[in-house]
Ligand binder design. Structure first.
Ligand code: ZN
Length: 186
């Protein structure tokens, strides 16, 4: 570590600037309809992937032992609910390394980057595509006028939270400025 690294910490914090994405994610997550834990359904789904549901699961991207469930499609897209989320067809066994490296990247793009030379690629891709198709409800297609109005109201509430965070930032700045004025280190 270099001494300059301290600069990153010597900055005034912004509630809205630093936490807007987290809050947007929480709001989108709250709209996602979670599947029930249905062992039979999960067993069938895992067999679609070519995995044995009664053994330790493997990372779909690199075949190492899986440690977590990757959200194939991000819950938030362009700051809004994507329509995907806590569904079996949107969760896939994954190692922690692949999970953090994939981030919000497209699963297919990421898979190919992990297995560039494997002839088995089309097979894995087909398996994942069936897994998604058979275990995902397209909730976006179920949104009618009434639900759309409810979503608009929900987004207004989210924007009110953002506005309150900005107000918090403004008030924090007033306090910091007063405290700074009382010290010599500006
Ligand atoms: Zn992996």
């Amino acid at each position: 570590m270099k001494k300059q690294d301290i600069k990153r910490h010597l900055q005034d914090y912004s509630i809205h600037g630093k936490r807007k994405t987290t809050i947007a994610h929480a709001f989108a997550s709250a709209l996602s309809v979670a599947d029930a834990y249905d062992v039979e359904k999960i067993d069938i789904a895992l067999r679609t992937l070519g995995q044995d549901p009664d053994k330790d699961l493997l990372c779909i991207y690199c075949d190492r032992p899986a440690e977590t469930w990757d959200h194939i499609m991000a819950i938030v897209k362009d700051g809004k609910f994507s329509g995907y989320g806590h569904q079996v067809g949107n969760l896939i066994p994954c190692c922690k390394d692949c999970n953090s490296k994939k981030g919000n990247r497209d699963w297919k793009e990421f898979l190919i980057s992990k297995r560039p030379n494997e002839r088995t690629n089309p097979d894995i891709i087909n398996k994942i595509e069936s897994y998604i198709k058979n275990n995902t409800t397209q909730f976006k297609e179920l949104i009618d006028e009434e639900i759309n109005a409810d979503i608009e109201k929900f987004e207004q509430i989210q924007n009110m939270v953002f506005d309150l965070m900005k107000l918090g930032d403004d008030q924090a700045k007033i306090i910091r400025d007063k405290l700074r004025a009382k010290t010599k280190c500006a």
